[in-house]
Write a protein that binds this ligand. Structure first.
Ligand code: SAH
Ligand code: SF4
Length: 434
């Protein structure tokens, strides 16, 4: 019997060509998956199409007819050649070593194997896991750390997620909304630092109608041409489409947890399947998608975290933010237990090893519970830092959780240097220009 044909990856010349190609293949009943473009074929922050090897001829025929500009490659999973040799002087249990061997060979891990990675049984195993993830990070995204900047432009929210410090009904934060001009002033400051991507984040605030958001996006594009990430929660398909059309590039909407019971117990206004649906829409509309979870949620198990990681992989998410749960004043979980830093770092490392071809932020939540949190995450597979560029007078009111760290450019630079990594080439350090 012939072995099953390997999967193939279609890398298109632009996002619009990719969307056209995907629409066409789907219409012709060819099974497709949207995944981050493998780093050796292009930018991870773009999307390519996976198809079954058996569909090659048919797919090439349809794409040729419509003159789609694309290249086709065999889909290779990343091997970690030399991993076992590098780890040889460290002792670990046999089952753990077998997982390392699978990673070296580029094989996919099962849920049980991911749980085992999260459940290291000695310092030595922990070191091996972190070393393997760091190696994978280096091979996939190299040593430069990506720096992005967030403007938290409104802390009004119509939802009551149990963990969140700006949830509706929580009376501790002083509520604020930034005007378009105020937001633009911050965007220009970020732009002057050379940063390429601005993240616009808020509670779910209907004051920012489609019309207001489109005007904001268009102005940012006109005045700076920066890439825009939106993080404004759940909206309708039509709204996501209009915001994409207006120029938004990326969308950050975390799944938080894939355990339906835990999700339901924390989100009185939300439904896990609808959250997944929103993520699927964002992908189909051509957004570069960011998701993520919290580690240490009440009722969450290691199996749940492993399931989250498999979900990120199956959904072809481009950027995955993993942070500890941090209790927030004035919320139903105010007296909860903060997520474990070491487990969060193992989750970051396991995500790098399983999802491979992704951007992983060293999250603000990690920096908030451990002053060394970002350096540790950068050493455990992370490659991105998000600055907080919210105006000073509003920062204190955007406490999603208590004692939130206000990562500024200096602390980002310190973390990058502390982890022995490189700053992005585009970053303009003020003192260099003086
Ligand atoms: N309203 C939008 C964006 C703001 S919340 C949304 O919900 O998507 C952004 C993120 O903050 C959430 O996805 C959640 O993961 C994180 N967050 C909120 N409260 C938190 C807490 N107590 N501990 C850790 N992370 C928290
Ligand atoms: Fe609102 Fe987002 Fe907080 Fe939920 S997590 S209450 S949607 S700001």
């Amino acid at each position: 019997m012939k072995p099953p044909e390997k999967k193939l990856i279609i890398v298109c010349s632009s996002n619009s060509q990719m969307l056209k190609a995907e629409g066409l293949l789907k219409q012709k009943k060819i099974q497709t998956e949207l995944v981050p473009t493998p780093s050796h074929h292009g930018s991870i922050c773009s999307t390519s199409i996976l198809i079954q090897g058996a569909d090659r001829e048919a797919a090439e025929g349809y794409l040729g007819e419509k003159r789609i500009n694309y290249r086709l490659y065999p889909y290779e999973t990343k091997k970690l050649t030399g991993l076992m040799k590098a780890l040889m002087d460290r002792a670990a249990k046999q089952d753990f070593l077998e997982i390392m061997e699978k990673l070296e060979a580029g094989a996919d891990l099962t849920k049980e194997e991911i749980v085992r990675l999260l459940n290291t049984q000695s310092n030595m195993e922990e070191e091996m896991l972190i070393a393997a993830a760091d190696r994978m990070r280096k091979e996939i995204v190299g040593d430069r750390v990506e720096i992005r900047a967030a403007i938290e432009f409104s802390n009004y929210c119509k939802k009551s997620c149990h963990y969140c410090g700006i949830r509706k009904g929580c009376d501790s934060p002083k509520r604020y909304r930034m005007s378009e001009d105020e937001i633009l002033a911050q965007v220009h400051q970020i732009h002057q630092l050379g940063i390429k991507t601005v993240i616009l984040q808020s509670g779910e605030d209907d004051y920012y109608t489609l019309e207001r958001l489109i005007s904001l996006i268009q102005r940012i594009k006109r005045e700076t041409a920066m890439a825009i990430t939106l993080s404004i929660g759940e909206r309708s398909y039509e709204e996501y489409a209009a915001l994409k059309q207006a120029g938004a590039n990326n969308y950050l909407l975390k799944i938080e947890t894939t355990n339906p019971k835990v999700f339901q117990s924390l989100h009185p206004d939300d439904d896990l399947n609808h959250r997944k649906q929103c993520t699927q829409w964002l992908k189909e509309l051509g957004y570069v998608t960011a998701s993520g979870n919290m580690v240490g949620l009440p009722g969450q198990s290691l199996e749940d975290i492993a399931e989250d990681i498999l979900y990120f992989k199956e959904m072809g998410i481009h950027m995955i933010g993993i942070g500890p749960f941090v209790p927030a004043k004035g919320t139903p979980l105010a007296h909860g237990v903060v997520g474990n830093v070491a487990l969060t770092l193992r989750a970051v490392a396991a995500t790098r090893l399983v999802c491979k071809n992704v951007y992983l932020p060293a999250t603000t939540a990690l920096a908030s519970v451990d002053p060394e949190g970002q350096v540790k995450a950068l050493r455990a597979g992370a490659n991105t830092i998000m600055l907080i560029s919210t105006p000073l007078q509003y920062r204190e009111s955007y406490q999603l959780y208590s004692n939130k760290n206000m990562i500024d450019i200096q602390s980002a630079v310190d973390a990058v240097e502390g982890a022995n990594r490189l700053l992005p080439k585009y970053l303009k350090r003020r003192n260099e220009n003086e």
